[in-house]
Design a protein around this ligand. Structure first.
Ligand SMILES: [Ca+2]
Length: 445
């Protein structure tokens, strides 16, 4: 008990988190033969659309298994990909319009070749587009029906963000990474001196909010009048929040106060999850996790931490944070190298996960597919940081692969999307349903 108290005292001081317990689960294989599945969206009839990074959308049956054929193929529209090796580009996410059942509208985000007018030394253009499924209930989508909604030019191939989700009020949210680069640190070509995270004249390193309803003529979207910078004077009007690095998940709690949870992939020391508030500054690159950030020596502990942004506004702490072994070598609290955000659990299968945040890490170590899963327990007083428990997979399924993304069905049950390779190797992508583990605990040695 004494040890526990000592450790918790250090938690309060540093924002570090303790692996306090284990959550046992079982995984049921729902689909395989994919490459790198990055999103799962449940249809009203219980089937689900699975978006694969290589540019293909497939249909998953309610009880598992993929239907033959493709719903949508964007292979000819996406930017080039490093097939058989690591890449962050491609088809990144899909979102169904809240009235999809009647209006058949769906949205995707993907990296396209550099658009006309983009700087010649940039890598690609992040594109959010709308497509329409057939009115007859058909889910075969013609790529030529594309309507481009929003584009953001990207200096490098990585840190795309590119997660999209509809809020409970029907507005479309888009996460955009800081632009990437070989050094990280929000530095390099296409990065503002203060970092794109703190520059309000770029869509890079932001959470955007737009309205795709009620548009007139060729207008692709409208800026909601209640956006924090809607008049465009101080900042680009689409910006809802800023100071994020590579936001890899964006999910709204389907219960509670319907908050928006964003996992933000860190540089070398801290991975984090933020609850996103209107106009909020989440710190990057002034901060990483609860700490300050040293842009010249990102592996080193910073001298201190700034409390305010360039406009005097407060920097907002994450609710969940854990150490990365790149900056904390051989530290048992270094849980992973790249956070993969998930969902606040509101399903029925797990009584003990209600209101907790289920998420993962892409891999425990660089270059190997050793994905991990965790659950962060909501603190009774609501204060950060939440406690992180390890998720142990016991049942028949095993987690052999990188954790690419999570999905949620109509009942609030969760799915984990994995890739058995760190690259885009064909056939290694799988979809698993997360279920309670009924395996008896082994007794004896
Ligand atoms: Ca932050």
């Amino acid at each position: 008990m004494k040890t526990t108290l000592v450790v918790w005292a250090s938690v309060a001081l540093t924002g570090s988190l303790l692996q306090a317990a284990e959550q046992r689960v079982s995984l049921r294989l729902m689909a395989d033969g994919l490459v790198s599945p990055l999103s799962l969206n449940a249809l009203p009839d219980g089937r689900a659309l699975v978006a694969d990074q290589v540019g293909v959308v497939r249909l998953m049956k309610k009880g598992g298994g993929l239907e033959d054929g493709e719903v949508l193929n964007l292979a000819s529209k996406r930017s080039k990909l490093n097939l058989n090796s690591f890449d962050e580009r491609g088809l990144l996410c899909l979102a169904l319009h809240p009235q999809f059942a009647s209006n058949r509208r769906l949205f995707v985000s993907y990296t396209a070749p550099r658009r006309e007018g983009a700087p010649a030394d940039f890598d690609c253009t992040l594109r959010i587009s709308e497509f329409k499924a057939g009115p007859d209930g058909s889910l075969k989508i013609d790529p030529a029906s594309e309507r481009i909604v929003l584009e953001v030019d990207k200096p490098y191939f990585n840190h795309n963000g590119g997660r999209i989700a509809f809020a409970p009020d029907g507005k479309l949210f888009i996460s955009v990474g800081d632009g990437g680069g070989p050094k990280g640190c929000d530095l390099g070509n296409g990065h503002a001196p203060e970092g794109n995270g703190q520059n309000l004249r770029t869509h890079l390193a932001k959470i955007l909010r737009i309205d795709v309803d009620g548009t007139a003529g060729t207008q692709a979207y409208r800026v909601p009048t209640d956006n924090p910078f809607a008049d465009g004077k101080e900042a680009l009007p689409e910006i809802w929040a800023y100071g994020v690095r590579n936001p890899w998940s964006m999910t709204f709690d389907r219960g509670g106060s319907r908050d928006l949870y964003v996992a933000d992939i860190g540089q070398m020391r801290w991975e984090e999850v933020d609850i996103i508030r209107k106009g909020g500054n989440y710190g990057w690159p002034l901060r990483e996790g609860f700490e300050g950030f040293n842009r010249e020596h990102p592996e080193q502990a910073p001298a201190g931490r700034p409390e305010k942004g360039l406009r005097g506004e407060p920097l907002i702490d994450p609710i969940i944070s854990y150490k990365n072994p790149s900056g904390f070598r051989k530290d048992p609290e270094a849980l992973g190298i790249s956070i993969t955000g998930g969902y606040v659990y509101r399903g029925k299968a797990f009584k003990d996960l209600q209101g907790d945040y289920v998420f993962g890490d892409w891999s425990g170590a660089q270059g190997t597919p050793q994905g991990r899963m965790f659950v962060a327990r909501r603190a009774a007083d609501g204060k950060a940081p939440w406690r992180i428990d390890t998720v142990r997979v016991n049942g028949p399924g095993k987690l052999f692969g990188c954790v690419c993304a999570f999905g949620e069905d109509n009942d609030g049950e969760l799915y984990v999307l994995t890739n058995g390779s760190t690259g885009l190797t064909p056939g290694r992508g799988k979809v698993w349903r997360i279920e309670p583990d009924n395996t008896p605990t082994a007794v004896g040695p």
